[in-house]
Design a protein around this ligand. Structure first.
Ligand code: PDD
Length: 285
């Protein structure tokens, strides 16, 4: 049985109970983070905690912990779950109160965290790539907030699954924003590009690291608006997220992307990313 964290206590998952009046349950009123753990160490923790703070500020929720407190409690949770490679899910809601849309003053937030096994992408996905479709971005105007209310994302992702694809790439006003649960990169003539940060996409931690690694390794990587039409002419498309790392998208709307195989820029950045993880594992904490 895995051990979870709930409001100051570490306990077996089946003993962690939240009242039905929790605003997370009633309204989806909360924010979350997904943090990868490699070799028992939280990856890019500072960046995830900074984004968490931004999400909390975005929904006017007071952060109950300092960075040092978060770091200590999440590290303890990882240790209690045996370390290794994990995906840590952290969920904070506005707390428990009588149902009323307006924010109730003076209630304590609900803080929940759990660890799941982090499965490396299957070799088949790395060798052959994955399929995606494009769909209209039906979400709201605050997609930079990592909100727990994910119904639009669920509906969008399911459309992809229904069409035999793994991800839905979202189009708003003729431009690509991101995936239903990932950021997207395009490559044309070796130039890598991803949309700039803004209210229409989540500022992915993996995205930021890839931009940083591409730049430090001399690859040209632009942050610019990407028109929908550019997807069909791309040599390569990639999907990035904390749980999937960097996956090559080799089929878009049932047509091959570029040659239909993972591209050379993907191979380079994938190897750079793996090396970055290995270097970190070798660094004393
Ligand atoms: N999702 N965009 C959206 C809408 C996402 O849900 C995610 C990640 C990303 C990538 O962000 P990051 O690189 O920080 O993981 C972009 C997580 C993994 C999830 O909901 O499970």
């Amino acid at each position: 049985m895995s051990i979870v964290y709930l409001n100051g206590k570490f306990l077996p998952a089946d003993q962690a109970l939240v009242p039905v009046l929790d605003r997370g349950f009633i309204f989806g009123d909360g924010v979350y983070e997904v943090i990868p753990v490699y070799h028992g160490r939280l990856f890019r923790l500072e960046e995830h905690l900074r984004r968490l703070q931004d999400s909390m500020d975005g929904i006017r929720l007071h952060n109950p912990h300092t960075v040092a407190e978060w770091s200590a409690l999440l590290t303890e949770l990882v240790q209690r779950n045996g370390g290794g490679d994990l995906s840590l899910y952290l969920h904070i809601t506005r707390g428990v109160a009588e149902r009323d849309h307006a924010m109730p003053p003076g209630i304590a937030p609900t803080v929940y965290a759990m660890c799941n096994t982090l499965k490396a992408p299957p070799a088949q996905q790395l060798q052959a790539g994955i399929a995606a479709i494009t769909v209209p971005d039906i979400r709201w105007q605050y997609c930079h907030i990592k909100a727990i209310a994910l119904l639009p994302n669920i509906l969008l992702r399911q459309q992809a699954v229904d069409r035999g694809a793994m991800e839905a790439i979202l189009i708003r006003d003729g431009e690509m924003t991101e995936g239903a649960a990932s950021n997207i990169f395009v490559v044309h003539n070796d130039v890598i590009a991803t949309p700039p940060k803004g209210q229409h996409l989540l500022p992915g931690i993996t995205r930021d690291l890839i931009v940083e690694l591409a730049q430090t390794h001399g690859l040209v990587c632009e942050q610019r608006r990407i028109r929908e039409a550019e997807l069909a002419t791309a040599d390569e498309l990639w999907l990035t997220s904390s749980t999937k790392e960097i996956l090559p998208i080799t089929r878009l709307n049932d047509a091959p992307v570029g040659t239909g195989n993972p591209g050379k820029q993907w191979r380079r950045i994938y190897e750079i990313y793996q090396q970055f993880k290995r270097d970190l594992a070798d660094t004393p904490s």
